[in-house]
Design a protein around this ligand. Structure first.
Ligand SMILES: Cc1ncc(COP(=O)(O)O)c(C=O)c1O
Length: 453
């Protein structure tokens, strides 16, 4: 397998059991603020320094072990998004994919990181295209002023094709009905619709099957000759790119090449061919063609976690999910914890209550398994994850309400990664970051300088 990226030292070892530095429980903060938190358009701003709690607004305290200001009004949980990491990750992907260009995939609210902020950071990092699933996502990006080629690929007849064509959004078409919708929109707006033809090569999802491909090409070629559409691209999607070396990838590549040849014979001249997600971008050079469509790797997560972690791929996870303990209490041995009492304390111990639950995206499947870091020590979810909260068994470690709990992050402090939660919940890291709910405010660091994109 070729990653095309030099191996780098892993960031601070996850689970390294690093010595815990004792820090006074609470003490006056040296300075307010701390993070250069900015709000993404469309999101509720979360001030780095909550109003009325600045130097003149009372005595902020430092949460145990973190050095971060903790004041009344501090959100009880948050996802910090490192935009500089997104920029750097995209730079890595450009380097790996070149000369192919990079379409940064920012669907599903930028995989939970904030769609507009992620798109801007990706463009600043070198992406020349932005990709989303739904038309509404594309329209939202345009309305926010995100420039450049922008593709939406999961469309329905009820979508606002007219608005999309008017906004210069590239649209996928894998069936006749989509071409007809594009033609109608072109007539209504007076500008040709830019289409990317989707061919089914083996994923068994969208796109025209081999038997329907010639008829689709015929329809499109006529629409292009009439000036109603322009066929900008031909694309497909791989089923098993995350299993490098799987023969299914080669089979899909062969189908793709023959579908492209057929499109050319039909007189079409697509400018971009694209097939690769993150895994293929990093491990399957022959699938890169003119354009790659990475999503997960943009956010610094490994698309091939059994083969390489983010650092080995030259990536840095962009999201850190933290919470503050809502309660801390001593309980005796044999104390049942959470619904169903799936956990029972083995001895007298301290239980900490973490105010995040499955309604916030903490997978219920990670009950008894999800890892967290508190004061430099790993703990595991004790019992069942509830809708708004879960419990951890802190043993005899000192702890207070307000102490920071790190669910996942880039690993600098030995905290778990999103992939660790994916393993705990028997899922993939895409599923972990995209599910973080709307109740969890996002704060942004490493902002994209104005005017960069
Ligand atoms: C069509 C398409 N292209 C690209 C991607 C990006 O995939 P990944 O996040 O694995 O890089 C996706 C994500 O599901 C997708 O649906």
């Amino acid at each position: 397998m070729t990653f095309g990226i030099p191996r780098e030292a892993e960031s601070a070892g996850a689970g390294s059991g690093a010595a815990v530095t004792a820090v006074a429980d609470v003490r006056p903060a040296a300075a307010p603020g701390g993070t250069a938190a900015g709000a993404e358009p469309g999101r509720t701003p979360v001030p780095a320094t909550p109003p009325g709690t600045g130097p003149a607004g009372g005595s902020p305290v430092l949460a145990r072990h973190t050095g971060e200001p903790y004041r009344p009004g501090t959100p009880h949980a948050r996802a910090r998004i490192d935009l500089a990491a997104i920029r750097a990750n995209v730079g890595r992907l450009c380097e790996a994919a070149g000369p192919a260009e990079v379409m940064a995939v920012v669907k599903a609210d930028g995989y939970g990181h904030g769609m507009v902020a992620a798109a801007r950071a990706a463009l600043a990092g070198g992406a020349t295209w932005i990709g989303v699933a739904g038309m509404q996502e594309a329209l939202t990006l345009r309305a926010a002023g995100v420039p450049g080629p922008l593709l939406a690929w999961l469309l329905t007849p009820g979508d606002d094709w007219h608005a999309a064509v008017a906004a210069g959004i590239d649209l996928s078409a894998g069936a006749d009905w989509a071409v007809r919708a594009a033609v109608r929109a072109a007539h209504a707006t007076g500008r040709p619709a830019r289409l990317h033809l989707e061919v089914e090569t083996g994923l068994g999802r969208g796109g025209a099957c081999a038997g329907d491909w010639p008829a689709l090409l015929d329809t499109v070629a006529r629409a292009e000759a009439a000036g109603s559409v322009r066929v900008v691209g031909v694309w497909s999607h791989l089923a098993r790119a995350d299993e490098p070396g799987h023969p299914g990838c080669e089979e899909q590549l062969a189908h793709f090449r023959s579908a492209v040849a057929r499109a050319r014979r039909a007189g079409l001249t697509p400018e971009v061919l694209h097939l690769s997600n993150s895994a293929a971008t990093l491990t399957l050079p022959e699938a890169r063609f003119d354009l790659v469509r990475p999503g997960l790797a943009v956010y610094g997560l490994s698309p091939v976690p059994d083969r390489a972690g983010p650092a080995e791929l030259g990536l840095r996870p962009a999201m850190a999910l933290t919470a503050r303990l809502a309660s801390v209490k001593r309980v005796p041995a044999g104390h049942g914890v959470s619904y169903g009492h799936r956990y029972r304390t083995a001895r007298e111990t301290t239980l900490g209550l973490v105010p995040l639950g499955y309604a916030d995206g903490v997978p219920r499947h990670a009950s008894q398994a999800g890892p967290v870091l508190v004061a430099g020590r790993r703990h595991t979810v004790a019992g069942t994850v509830c809708m708004d909260q879960f419990v951890i068994d802190l043993g005899d470690a000192p702890a207070s309400p307000g102490d920071e709990v790190v669910l996942f992050g880039p690993g600098d402090r030995g905290e778990p990664g999103a992939q660790d939660w994916a393993r705990a919940a028997d899922t993939i890291s895409h599923d972990i970051v995209t599910r973080i709910g709307a109740r969890v405010p996002r704060t942004y660091t490493g902002d994209t300088p104005a005017g960069t994109c």
